[in-house]
Design a protein around this ligand. Sequence first.
Ligand SMILES: CC(=O)SCCNC(=O)CCNC(=O)[C@H](O)C(C)(C)COP(=O)(O)OP(=O)(O)OC[C@H]1O[C@@H](n2cnc3c(N)ncnc32)[C@H](O)[C@@H]1OP(=O)(O)O
Ligand SMILES: CC(=O)C(=O)O
Length: 536
Amino acid sequence: MTTDSSHQLWIYDTTLRDGTQREGLSVSIEDKLRIARELDRLGIPFIEGGWPGANPKDVQFFWQLQEEPLTQAEIVAFCSTRRPHVKASEDPMLQAILAAGTRWVTIFGKSWDLHVTEGLKTSLEENLEMISDTIAYLRSSGRRVIYDAEHWFDGYKQNPNYALQTLQTATDAGAEWLVLCDTNGGTLPHEISQIVGDVLKAMPLHTQLGIHTHNDADTAVANALAAVREGASMVQGTINGYGERCGNANLCSLIPNLQLKLGYNCLPKDRITQLTQASRLISEVVNLAPDEHAAFVGRSAFAHKGGIHVSAVERNPLTYEHIQPDKVGNSRRIVISEQAGLSNVIAKARTFGIELDKQNPAAKQILQRLKELESQGYQFEAAEASFDLLMREALGKRQQLFTIHGFQVHCDLVQGRVSYCSNAQATVKLTVNGQNILEAAEGNGPVAALDAALRKALVNFYPQIAEFELTDYKVRILDEYSGTSAKTRVLVECRNNFQRWTTVGVSTNILEASYHAVVEGLEYGLLLHSTPVLSN
Ligand SMILES: CC(=O)SCCNC(=O)CCNC(=O)[C@H](O)C(C)(C)COP(=O)(O)OP(=O)(O)OC[C@H]1O[C@@H](n2cnc3c(N)ncnc32)[C@H](O)[C@@H]1OP(=O)(O)O
Ligand SMILES: CC(=O)C(=O)O
């Protein structure tokens, strides 16, 4: 691995170590391996895999990677310096890090005198010995060492001479990178710039600095950028900014800022376009909902809602987009809502395969209907299938697949041994292909019973309905001060083997709102079968 190009930056991912220190995030060995392989595929050069010796999972993770190594990334094992007054060769943690079998190791040590005397309860001299012995021992065992200077910025502010001594000690012992950590995450960008500049002046020429920032002041990305601008050449962070407390610097923001805006080489050119996919896959693996509004990779990062914005973006995307979304593998979306203008309607219609222009009276009619319904409580931005049906209706293209004449729902609350359990029956009356049908079904609640009765009535005519599944049901009270007569909005998400779609219903009667959303959900699924259309 060469490190001589002036525009080369080394991205160091710590999702599998610092990322897993986030409250609520827990991963299995299989999850860790999957994430490591995804980061490797993305072209990340250094992947910190964990702290072998701290827990059996991390020990096993490194063993498994020895069996099936990554393709291009260096997998790095992490550990602290030796404990005070113990020989490095006799510290079990250092034995564990050697057993991990990686070429590179990262050792964190104390830079802040307060941490030495209060945290480690040892002397400033012994801390220097701990740093020196640990790194020298690992070097003599054939490892290349990255030194993470924990609490660097706070330490430097309190006692710059001692903090610099710790760095010099690490360099003298053989560390190849000195990573300045803003462990408490409270430093601001101008302080980072100044202190990184000071360090570069104080340390020998060719010292390689890295930066590791936390987001407690919401400046982790800005801080890392400031350090790079001063001369740091390694950037540590995590995918989606996962990490202890408020998180670490988010690599999904840092990488595009560094590569697309500042011109550094971080990832191979063809890989940065896979950033959005990597972000979403990793959020799926760690079982945390993706942040839809995340910069660069969020679903809304290039979503345009205001009519003025959409009108301009349609003419030239530069008007409201800071980069082209496909550069990071994301895509532009047009959102439909009461804030829309004709441009939103026309752009959205195009995604459904419908060509309209501003002169078409149907476009104006659709916009007017949209605004009317939104003022009654409908919300189409999350229910694009209902909006597609609304457009088809206005254009006289909504096929009448069935006609519902009415429905009845009956609920029983049966007292069991410890609690009540509910059982519901629904009856529906409808006409399909000229035939009148009366059908009934049961469910564990009124909406499930209604959905079952409708499917039972329709399945002989439309067998594909058996593949549809109701996957989500969301209820929102719109005017909570009206108590039990409040208006309710129901969103229903359905899916088949290929697609998901969402529909909406609004009423003061929750059953009626659910009925409208469920019926449109079934209708839209049938339309998807007959016409290939796009939906949310
Ligand atoms: C800034 C960072 O994010 S650093 C990484 C933090 N990550 C973690 O802590 C997750 C993994 N940690 C663990 O599994 C455990 O804390 C272990 C296995 C490391 C240690 O567990 P224990 O031996 O039970 O110690 P405990 O967690 O209570 O305390 C930490 C010990 O490490 C010592 N320590 C802290 N930093 C260092 C350091 N840089 N070098 C050497 N020792 C250190 C503390 O002084 C304390 O020592 P003590 O046991 O003599 O009081
Ligand atoms: C090493 C590390 O994770 C920190 O100082 O924040």
